[in-house]
Design a protein around this ligand. Sequence first.
Ligand code: GLC
Length: 592
Amino acid sequence: MEAILKTSISTITEKAIALVQQMTLDEKIGQMTQVEKNSLTPEDVRTYFIGSVLSGGGGNPTPNTINDWREMVEAFKASARQTRLGIPLIYGVDAVHGHNNVYGATIFPHNIGLGAAGDPELVKQIGRATAVEVAATGVRWNFAPAVSVPQDIRWGRTYEGYSEQTDLVNLMGAAYVEGLQGDLSAPTGVLASVKHYVGDGGTAWNSVSTYDWISMDLWNNLGNFPKWTLDQGQTIGDDAILRKRHLPPYRSAIEAGALNIMASYSSFEGEKCHASRYLLSEVLKEELQFEGFVVSDWMALDQLDRDFAQAVATSINAGMDMIMVPFDFKRFIDTTRQLVADGHIPISRIDDAVKRILIAKLALDLWNESADKPAFFDEVGSNSHRQLAREAVQKSQVLLKNNGVLPLSPGTSSILCAGQGLDDIGYQCGGWTIEWQGKTGPITLGTTILDGIKNHAQGMVERFDMDSSGSNFDVGLVAVAEIPYAEGEGDTDNLNLNEDQIKLIQEVRARVDKLVLLIISGRPLIITEVIDDCDAVVACWLPGSEGDAVADNLFGVTPYSGKLSYTWPAAMTDIANPQGAALFPVGHGLSG
Ligand code: GLC
């Protein structure tokens, strides 16, 4: 199904071609350039005809308010309107589980939870609500959905994937694209960026390259790139496997109207996706007939070759249309201009790239955007969006085990609560929240799981600490959590509960009649060692800002309906192992 466009794609394409014919080479290259917002000024937008600006993870204005977001974005857009042709600028963000960089925005469950909910209509509604909050801040491009099909949960981006199963990812990815884009030309129409093309979730352990010519402090200011072991590695399998496992979600997303796709850092058959003419042009643009544009990932071209000019020529000639530079945009512009002058990039390729970018901008009707605050400005973090997020939390919980202890009676006389995941919004939200890597603590507005327990329980609720003297509680609730992470920072060979978590479970076990374990995580954790000590176990995933909704299921206000969209392994040796044992298989989830 084509994007819901007021104007047909063929008419839009004719307009785009006519506009390209009026453009100078510098105006064309400017449209192909995407720069991080701290690396340029609105004046630079005018001088270099910059077509797009982005906020990377945590790229927030100071103060981080909805109003300041809107003013920051509008300043760049206003400058673009003053260029010779007035081609509008498009601003992009990662709003991967709500407008997650913005303080006070609604934070929805990460995709692993939505996969467990298994409700495409819900995902479509989440896409629509996210679009309204994103567009309210002047942003019309969201680098989502990830349609990764993660095969190894040791990957730090597992939670960004809906499932290890391609069919479920097809369904959810397409639903999100339809919801987010809606009527693209309307003020709340937001361009999806389907990512990361292709095979990002199927890489082999320890297959990640390093690039001694790239300053890691520059790339991600974490400086520890070499420790990554799966993210951006080599995708396992041949063309048949790629087409069966990783490609279908892109076909579904294009049918749903996607007009942007982000390339993957990973490699296929030894070639970086960003350099692959086969993948970017022959498969995507010719075979799948993709009419939109491909954007690179953050500094991904720098990884292609020590010689930046060689890297740029390789990627653009392969089919890359817009380059997420994100820092030294002048180097990129000068390099590309010289490559065209020297005949290393044919002008026809430049014209095709710009045409594709303009097709998306025309579909969004950016020329008619108002600089005024929209009527929906106050819907950022609105009650109706938070209610939708609560529904998503309720539907995403997976009841793994239950010896009849759940649902709890509100009349339960004494409940002992423990664990760092119980009352910490940062743990609940995980990575890509306010900051790129996420952060523990009260990082944004919302409610905690403990808030929900206290709302429902009529008896005593005590917060356990090691000095607690109390014993003989009716029920113990222990919430173990993963410390927030994003991308390769989450790559790990250890998903076991740590000693403190195991000790806490044992301490609470000794004090309660029934014990319920809540797991706040971006993927299955190894719980085999403790499961016999637990009367019930719930996978809560990363529920987001509306954590109190976890308690709605605990107390039977809403039923458990979630089903695992990933295999839950019994031990680390079972992961990415065809003969591996599953503690719980895909599709497992008790009702009640
Ligand atoms: C990151 C991620 C990508 C994101 C982009 C912009 O490195 O790989 O998912 O959209 O950069 O933040």
